[in-house]
Design a protein around this ligand. Structure first.
Ligand SMILES: NC(=O)c1ccc[n+]([C@@H]2O[C@H](COP(=O)([O-])OP(=O)(O)OC[C@H]3O[C@@H](n4cnc5c(N)ncnc54)[C@H](O)[C@@H]3O)[C@@H](O)[C@H]2O)c1
Ligand SMILES: [Zn+2]
Ligand SMILES: [Zn+2]
Length: 371
């Protein structure tokens, strides 16, 4: 079968690989009908995750039709249409029982949502471990594009906003208007934020944020923390969401410092957006981190965070916790995740699609791939 495989920095290729087999009684094999590329795939593409091996099949956002199931999977049958959450979780351990799915003791030791061992879903078929605990059956009547993002970016944006404990009248600032940021912006509105301020430099992404009612700041043209102070009457946003992660851009002295240190392999992450979030957030506010960080960050103003009594919330999304509530919102029409799709291409074009998504060319926000 065909699959999109990682070979090294900025090198992904469409390859012929063996079809997956059932390896455990709790497995299912799914024929992928729609998959997508995520900002987390870019961290692999840009060579920021050391555990990758040549030939690894990429992709953690996918859905499809069940082809076969292991003997212990009683909730799924061949022919069922499912969305598969990126967090591979056993459903039975200490953490899964507390709904902390992405912290599962039996499946996710670190970075495996970005693969690190499991073959991914940018392929014609995929093996789904713990198929009795993860996949969500999709009712008839919903199109693939309406539900695909339940696998990751919709719950991720939603959890990032939920973590802000939004109160009536709150101002929420969101760094990064990629797919995760777009869903964080809309979720913050849904959770009754009075005002959302979105920060990026990509015109298409800023327009998409503005279409959701956000005020926008172009970080390439404006001084972000000064603007935020002005826009909030000197107090700062009540909550700040980082939807950028370890590959933040910037031309400020701290951003140039990060770039030099990561280039020289003296540091792993570029936390420009996170520093700004800590700096801008009002006293007693929340800094919610959805963007991925990989190792050690330098010059994080922890003294300011401490003095202001900030709350930090972060981590990989507990996707399974949000599947049913968000599916309901899609069914009743409160959320239509398809707005974020700017490009639809066949799986064969995955290498070109990665390059386009990385460089945000042609107004690219989210690319879906059809095997
Ligand atoms: N927590 C989770 O479980 C989870 C799940 C999915 C994705 N993620 C992470 O969320 C992040 C965003 O994902 P995405 O798919 O939206 O990625 P993306 O690359 O499409 O979007 C990132 C955006 O940040 C913008 N940006 C860069 N530097 C910035 C800065 N200094 N200030 C403001 N904006 C800046 C970029 O222009 C881009 O639009 C990634 O780090 C990804 O790995 C986390
Ligand atoms: Zn993802
Ligand atoms: Zn578990």
């Amino acid at each position: 079968m065909k699959a999109n495989c990682w070979f090294g920095k900025h090198d992904v290729r469409l390859c012929e690989v063996p079809e997956p087999q059932l390896l455990s009684p709790r497995d299912a094999i799914v024929r992928v009908t729609l998959t997508s590329i995520c900002g987390s795939d870019l961290h692999l593409y840009d060579g920021h995750v050391p555990s990758m091996q040549e030939g690894d099949v990429l992709g953690h956002e996918f859905m499809g039709e069940v082809v076969s199931v292991g003997s212990a999977v009683e909730n799924l049958r061949p022919g069922d249409r499912v969305v598969v959450p990126f967090a591979i979780s056993c459903g039975r351990c200490f953490y899964c029982r507390r709904e902390l799915w992405s912290l599962c003791d039996n499946s996710n030791p670190g970075y495996s949502h970005m693969l690190g061992g499991y073959a991914g879903g940018q392929a014609e078929m995929v093996r789904v471990p713990f198929a009795d605990a993860g996949p969500l059956k999709i009712p008839a009547g919903l199109r693939d594009e309406q539900v695909l993002f339940l696998s990751d970016v919709l719950p991720t944006g939603y959890m990032a906003a939920e973590n802000c404990q939004i109160q009536q009248g709150d101002v929420v600032a969101v760094w990064g208007c990629g797919p995760v940021g777009q869903f964080a912006i809309r979720s913050a509105r849904l959770l009754r934020a009075e005002r959302v301020i979105a920060i990026d430099r990509e015109p298409a992404r800023l327009s998409m944020a503005a279409a959701a009612g956000a005020d926008v700041i172009d970080f390439s043209a404006e001084h972000v923390t000064e603007r935020l102070t002005e826009m909030t009457g000197g107090r700062g946003p009540d909550a700040c969401i980082d939807c950028v992660g370890l590959e933040a851009y910037g031309r400020s002295p701290d951003a140039l410092y990060d770039r030099a240190r990561t280039t020289l392999m003296l540091a792993t992450d570029r936390p420009t957006a996170l520093r700004q979030a800590v700096k801008a957030c009002r006293k007693g506010g929340v800094v919610s981190i959805a963007g991925v960080y990989g190792g050690f960050v330098d010059k994080l103003p922890l003294g300011a965070a401490f003095a202001k009594g900030l709350t930090f919330k972060m981590g990989q999304t507990h996707v399974q916790r949000y599947l049913r509530p968000l599916l309901k919102r899609i069914e009743d029409g409160t959320i239509d995740p398809t707005f974020v799709i700017t490009h639809r291409v066949p799986l064969e074009f995955a290498p070109e699609a990665f390059d386009m998504f990385k460089h945000k060319r042609d107004g690219c926000v989210k690319i879906v791939l059809t095997p």
